[in-house]
Design a protein around this ligand. Sequence first.
Ligand SMILES: [Zn+2]
Length: 102
Amino acid sequence: MSEICIKCGLPKELCMCESIAKESQQIIVKTEKKKFGKIYTIITGIDQKEINIKELSKKLKSKFASGGTVKEGNIELQGNHKQHIKEFLISAGFAPESIKAR
Ligand SMILES: [Zn+2]
């Protein structure tokens, strides 16, 4: 008898839960031009059940000394920080391969 996954009820060797969770943790960093031509760096795809997104946005704001908000589960930071955010997220414990910069 093999172990049964408590999430989906399938035997562990058929269970896809873990790979689905990893895919949902796919973080995308992109820039967006908003009102008045202001550039924002948007971080999307963070699983709020696993990560305290408000806490993370606070850290990002002080690290990059810029304003920002959390909107619909996305972090929006003023300015273009795309080059440095990946580094920051890795140092915050995210897997490098889960972060895509667009
Ligand atoms: Zn499962």
